[in-house]
Design a protein around this ligand. Structure first.
Ligand code: HEC
Length: 127
């Protein structure tokens, strides 16, 4: 009987986990569409020089490896390993990464709230 319960429990985890993660992705992508203008964000990624450190799919010339590649961003659980991956947190990270991981190599680039929203919208639009 105990073995049966354990088996049942494993099945529950196997069935429920993919559902939870599918919901997270969907809500993150939906939220992204609402938070900003993704195509403007792609241009800003070049303008602010994010491409000097990151590889970003869909942004010409963004193939650097100083920071982590920003592909599959809506599928990530955490931002820089410390912030839960949500649109609000991504905007805060883009505006002031030093606040969350002091001393890391990503500088605060003087990005205003609107630009940070558009950049975040683009990052979430990357499949
Ligand atoms: C001088 C290099 C540099 C520049 C310029 C830079 N970054 Fe970063 N970025 C980093 C590094 C290094 C990290 C990893 C920080 C950490 O994990 O502590 C990082 C982390 C990130 C993360 C989290 C990645 C993850 O895997 O969780 C995002 C998102 C990000 N940067 C976006 C941007 C955007 C958008 C710009 C332009 C506005 C930008 N970065 C400019 C170096 C840079």
């Amino acid at each position: 009987m105990r073995g049966g319960l354990t088996l049942l429990h494993s099945w529950t985890v196997l069935l429920v986990l993919p559902l939870v993660s599918a919901c997270t992705q969907q809500s993150t992508q939906t939220a992204a569409r609402q938070i900003g203008n993704a195509s403007r964000g792609a241009g800003l990624i070049s303008w602010y020089g994010c491409s000097a450190c990151h590889s970003v799919p869909g942004v010409p010339g963004a193939d650097a490896l100083v920071g982590p590649p920003l592909d599959h961003f809506s599928h990530r659980g955490y931002i820089a390993g410390v912030l839960h991956n949500s649109p609000d947190n991504l905007v805060m990270w883009i505006r002031n990464p030093q606040k969350f991981v002091p001393g890391n190599a990503m500088p605060a680039l003087g990005i205003d709230d609107r630009d940070a929203h558009d950049i975040a919208a683009y990052l979430y639009s990357i499949e």
